[in-house]
Ligand binder design. Structure first.
Ligand code: GLC
Length: 505
């Protein structure tokens, strides 16, 4: 099981090493715990960047991408739709029949599978061929064969930053989360998928919506629950958020299509959020330097599922090296990037068993440390590190959410003396969905930053697997709009007076 150098016969509780660890912990606590005042400053910095990103292209670390989604599903969409959600560890395929009655789903089939890591780096056409093939074969096994439909309508959720030219077209700005397929950046993901279906002999697939997962999650919440949610946050392999903005505030951009509503969903693209107020630690820098995209997406690397386990690993490694956490032994796997996943970190953080048996099992699985040899007080220290790393992630996310609320004036009554508005933010992604404690930590952070009155009116709504369902809903909404309007969603007569400056399209 283990090829590590762990030896149980070394003296475990030598005072000097324990003392060293105590000091190290104190330091970790000071460095990882972000006090409320610092969080508030971070929220201010975030709002500044958010508003700058709405005004100007390329000057803000937040991309603030208009998504071309100006009408969200309302729950009365009907019919048969497909969707594909790709852009993380998993790929999700979905077939659904939206029901006759509002907000209902008559049938739904979903498949979730891992994207083989070998596909993270192959030419982009190969990745898309794989995706198209999976949809074709899976839908056949489910009795809803996409290849046999006359005009299958498909929403494509592509969870990377995309500069949209239309609801169903855009260009990929960059890869993240370990993907780096050549030929992808600058290409149109919807076109790549269409061409992949063509290569597989299924040319009739009508991809009419290309969406970020944040937007798809918001759309799912709207379809299922009505108009409460004003935005969404993803916390899974990666992290990001979107919200509904007034078109008039997106002054850097002028849509070349007839706006149907005064609003537009904006994809914040916060993985790259940068500000002097962001407390970046030496472990964060080390992780960044070893990642496949150094210098990019620092915020995501401090918070999201692909990375937080590794931050905890780095802290545990220092404790093992300097503080003899494992009786002076340093298991070889403890030095390996990726050996400690965020899933394991969360399992350890949530262990409430009296002897911390789960932490023991986690240490065995991740680093090959036999559970019989890790004593409860060692396990307690390991759990504490995991809790600290996770809590930092939650508080950083809370600072961003508080920023959205403040920007939208959801932290004050609409009229003097009136009631504070109720605000719902939809959430999805493995960390949010599987870890109630993480959600509670985010809520507590929002409470710390904005106070009890605002926090009492604020809630997170879990929309599990919201992305594929939401993508199908937006495809449905676009399809029914096209049928009624009898044309393309992306027709171009500009009804706005184009501004002389500040116009990016
Ligand atoms: C990444 C992508 C972003 C996506 C997020 C969550 O950071 O850049 O577009 O929404 O992951 O999947």
């Amino acid at each position: 099981m283990s090829n590590n150098t762990y030896e149980s016969d070394l003296p475990f509780d030598r005072l000097d090493s324990r003392r060293r660890r105590e000091l190290a912990f104190k330091q970790y606590q000071e460095r990882l715990h972000i006090p409320t005042e610092a969080l508030q400053k971070l929220t201010d910095a975030f709002i500044e960047q958010l508003e700058l990103g709405l005004r100007e292209k390329q000057r803000s670390s937040l991309l603030m991408l208009p998504t071309m989604v100006d009408v969200l599903p309302q729950g009365q969409e009907r019919g048969e739709y497909y969707s594909i959600d790709s852009g993380g560890k998993n790929i999700r395929l979905l077939y659904t029949r939206l029901g006759k009655d509002k907000h209902t789903v008559e049938e739904e089939k979903v498949e979730v599978s891992r994207v083989p890591v070998e596909l993270h780096k192959v030419p982009v056409e190969e990745l898309f061929d794989y995706i198209a093939k999976r949809m074709i074969s899976w839908s056949e096994t489910q009795g809803c064969a996409i290849a046999e439909r006359q005009r299958p309508v498909l929403g494509f959720c592509c969870s990377f930053p995309v500069d949209h030219h239309a609801l169903d077209a855009g260009s990929l700005i960059q890869w993240s989360k370990g993907f780096e397929n050549p030929g992808g950046v600058g290409a149109d993901p919807a076109k790549l998928l269409r061409e992949a279906f063509q290569r597989q002999g299924v040319p009739r697939v009508h991809i009419n919506a290309l969406l970020n997962d944040t937007v798809a999650t918001l759309a799912a919440a709207r379809y299922l629950d009505g108009p409460d949610a004003i935005g969404s946050v993803i916390m899974g392999t990666g992290t990001n958020a979107c919200y509904i903005e007034q078109l008039g505030n997106i002054t850097k951009w002028m849509p070349r299509y007839r706006a149907r509503t005064p609003d537009m969903v904006v994809n914040i693209e916060w993985p790259g959020f940068a500000a002097p107020e962001l407390p970046v630690l030496e472990e964060d820098r080390a992780l960044d330097a070893e990642s496949n995209n150094p210098g990019q997406q620092q915020f995501e690397k401090m918070t999201a599922g692909l990375y937080t386990g590794d931050i905890a690993r780095r802290l545990l490694l220092s404790l093992a090296e300097d503080g003899e956490l494992f009786s002076g032994a340093v298991p070889e796997r403890l030095r390996r990037m990726g050996a400690f996943t965020t899933t394991l970190m969360n399992l350890a953080a949530e262990d409430a068993t009296p002897d911390l048996a789960r932490v023991g099992a986690v240490l065995e699985e991740a680093f090959g440390l036999p559970a019989v040899q890790t004593k409860p007080d060692i396990r307690r220290e390991v759990r504490q590190v995991c809790v600290l790393v996770r809590e930092r992630s939650a508080r950083l996310i809370a600072a961003m959410i508080a920023g959205i609320l403040r920007h939208l004036h959801r932290d004050r009554p609409r009229t003097a003396g009136g009631e504070l508005p109720r605000t719902v933010v939809a959430v999805d992604g493995g960390v949010f969905v599987r870890h109630a404690d993480y959600r509670a930590e985010v809520l507590a952070g929002v409470r710390d930053i904005l106070g009890d009155a605002v926090a009492d009116r604020f809630s997170l709504k879990v929309v599990e697997a919201g992305s594929p369902f939401g993508a199908a809903c937006v495809a449905a909404a676009a399809d029914s709009y096209m049928r009624v309007a009898g044309g393309s969603l992306n027709f171009r007569p500009p009804v706005h007076k184009l501004p002389a400056v500040g116009q990016s399209r």
